[in-house]
Design a binder for this molecule. Structure first.
Ligand code: 6PG
Length: 252
């Protein structure tokens, strides 16, 4: 197994969230110590909400250098920022409204922009302005948090999506066939340029897909968008609970 990939399994989903929270806090302190800021991209969906609430409460909320933290979003739904389905809205309620982060350092995606392509392009320009370039010249996040759907999608990169073939753009608009909607999302080149990518995946319904993503067969893993996340220089961490890990090889 690639020594830059780690699989950490917590007994319960709460244990997995605590492990993920501690990794995020440690990475934040290390990043600020090394280059004066912590650049973090948040995931959407339901799994991360209790993690965000955990990051917003003692002791973790006091150990993260919020004043030097930059928050971006890995994808966004095609709804206004105050909509219940908005990833920004969820993060604002669960975390950002409760910690001393600078307003100008929180960068929501305009998921409901009239011209989503133009909005994606300007979001990418914002990322380039704020983040340092990594070893391959692309902006490199200190940590990108990702979830995964039962079909192996991650961010808004769904199986069969043309967005999976983006080789240069950093942020794109992806068709979401199952929802017949369009969503703004990070691309694989941007995700794979990160110093750390952390998947937080819990629940039985994810077990089959995560086992494929973590299988020793690269071709099988690459059939799923989450399996295409292979940081070029950074670390890849999977934080799972027992339910999600139940079909994963190398795990009793
Ligand atoms: C989103 C996320 C998406 C999510 C998976 C898993 O906008 O919904 O970016 O990729 O991580 O769909 O969602 P759950 O955590 O709700 O299972």
């Amino acid at each position: 197994m690639d020594d830059r990939r780690s699989i950490i399994v917590g007994e319960t989903a709460a244990d997995a969230r605590r492990l993920a929270g501690q990794i995020i806090a440690t990475t934040a302190c290390d990043a600020v110590g090394r280059h004066g800021q912590f650049t973090l991209a948040l995931a959407g969906g339901t799994t991360p909400r209790p993690l965000y609430e955990f990051l917003a409460t003692p002791p973790l909320n006091e150990s993260i250098p919020w004043q030097d933290t930059q928050i971006f979003f890995g994808d966004e739904r095609d709804v206004p920022a105050d909509h219940a389905d908005s990833n920004y809205h969820m993060a604002q309620e669960a975390l950002l409204g409760s910690v001393p982060i600078r307003l100008e350092n929180v960068h929501p995606m305009m998921g409901d922009a009239d011209d989503l392509n133009l909005a994606a392009q300007s979001y990418a320009e914002q990322i380039v302005r704020v983040l340092p370039a990594g070893p391959d010249g692309r902006p490199s996040f200190d940590l990108i948090l990702l979830g995964m759907g039962g079909d192996g999608h991650t961010a808004s990169l769904f199986p069969g999506s043309a967005a999976l073939n983006e080789a240069d753009t950093l942020v794109t608009c992806a068709d979401v066939p199952v929802l017949s909607r369009r969503r703004m999302t990070f691309t694989l080149p941007l995700i794979n340029a990160a110093a750390n990518v952390l998947f937080l995946v819990t629940g039985k319904d994810k077990a089959e897909a995560i086992a494929k993503v973590l299988s020793d067969d690269p071709a099988a893993a690459a059939e799923l968008p989450a399996g295409r996340v292979q940081p070029t220089h950074g670390k890849l961490l999977f934080v799972l609970d027992e339910d999600a890990a139940r079909q994963t090889p190398h795990h009793s």
